[in-house]
Design a protein around this ligand. Structure first.
Ligand code: PEP
Ligand code: MN
Length: 366
């Protein structure tokens, strides 16, 4: 008789589980509908005030035997799962999301590819200071088979009294040197009004960390036919970073490269904190190539080799570094740029970790 009773109760539990399952999924479907409405309204999925009100209502109706705290815990798990579902749906909606396009975005820059599994380097001075300085660096960059030469012309400086860059003159020097050495060139612009001149002189347009949420600039470069390297903002979450990339992509420019460059934390040992796990997360969440700028991430010359190795080992599509003929007299970032001997050692050290170098001499017309 007891055996039979236990069997009956177990059957009842199975039945209740099925009902719970049905209810919980029914609830999830309603949550998804709410998520759709919120997405159209542009509101965030998480609403703590609403969550508090739901919990209060549940607790008020609780007749036991579960304690209020236990119920709170159980329902909070349901809320968490529901929120993840909504966020997942939101992300699926992004054009840059891998859920939207499963294949990797591969970008062709004058015959050199980015995002196809070959791990590349972008190297050059922090700022273009003169034709001679840029030329000397380009020689070294070329010598090592690095296809991309960087150099800042419009410099985002914390202090308005610091060197602001040579502006258009700097872009002209970069182009001239790039052409001499058959290197593709990349530089930052800070304002939509510089887009025309950037398109005239550059192969890749960089959007700096400080401008990751300059939405008008993002929309402007979104209309360009030039690839864009977008740096992660100083205190941007991965989600905000992806949404910034979405602005560019949505405006029609599908050639977007993401660049992790460290984020601001309480840690003072490095200039920024390199969020290395952002690389595999971005590779998983998006279909865009992901670079790591180890120079600005660390602000320390002695950490460039280990962090570049880490970036390559974790699956970055490339690394960015700064090189200067004489860093001690550099007009910006003198503490972290490499001199030529250090650059030689850097290349030798990271080559075994998968760095792809090129011997291509010819260059397609721009
Ligand atoms: C740069 O690459 O020149 C630069 C200023 O970097 P960030 O925008 O990442 O600080
Ligand atoms: Mn710099």
């Amino acid at each position: 008789m007891r055996e039979n009773e236990l069997e009956q109760l177990r059957l009842r539990i199975d039945e209740l589980n099925e009902q719970l399952l049905e209810l919980i999924n029914e609830r999830a479907r309603v949550v998804q509908q709410i998520g759709e409405i919120k997405k159209r309204q542009g509101t965030e999925p998480y609403d703590p005030v609403r969550e508090r009100a739901i919990l209060d209502r549940i607790i008020a109706k609780n007749n036991g035997p579960f304690k209020n705290d236990t119920l709170k815990h159980l329902f909070k798990e349901i809320f968490k799962a529901s929120l993840e579902l909504q966020e997942d749906d939101h992300r699926k909606g992004l054009l840059v999301s891998r859920k939207n396009k499963t294949s990797d975005t591969i970008i062709d820059i004058n015959g050199e590819t980015v995002g196809d599994g070959k791990q590349r380097l972008i190297a050059g001075p922090c700022a273009i200071e003169s034709y001679e300085q840029t030329r000397k660096v380009a020689e070294q960059v070329k010598k090592h088979g690095v296809p991309f030469l960087r150099g800042g012309a419009f410099k985002p400086r914390t202090s308005p009294y610091d060197f602001q860059g040579l502006g258009v003159e700097g872009l002209k020097i970069l182009r001239q040197v790039g052409d001499e050495f058959h290197l593709s060139v990349i530089s930052e612009i800070m304002s939509p009004q510089d887009l025309d001149v950037a398109e005239q002189y550059l192969d890749i347009i960089q959007i700096g960390a400080r401008n990751m949420q300059n939405f008008e600039l993002l929309k402007a470069v979104g209309t360009s036919s030039k690839p864009v390297l977008l740096k992660r903002g100083l205190s941007a979450t991965i989600d905000e970073f992806m949404k910034a990339a979405e602005y560019i992509y949505m405006a029609g420019n599908e050639n977007v490269i993401l660049c992790e460059r460290g984020i601001r934390t309480f840690e003072r040992a490095t200039r920024n904190t390199l969020d290395i796990s952002a690389v595999p997360i971005l590779k998983k969440e998006t279909h865009l190539p992901v670079f790591v700028d180890v120079t600005h991430a660390t602000g320390r010359r002695d950490l460039l080799i280990p962090t570049a190795k880490a970036a390559l080992a974790i699956g970055a599509d490339g690394v960015m570094v700064e090189v200067h003929p004489d860093p001690s007299i550099a007009l910006s970032d003198s503490a972290q740029q490499m001199d030529f001997d250090q650059f030689d050692s850097f290349i030798e050290a990271i080559k075994p970790y998968g760095l792809h170098t090129s011997v291509q001499e010819s260059r397609l017309p721009r």
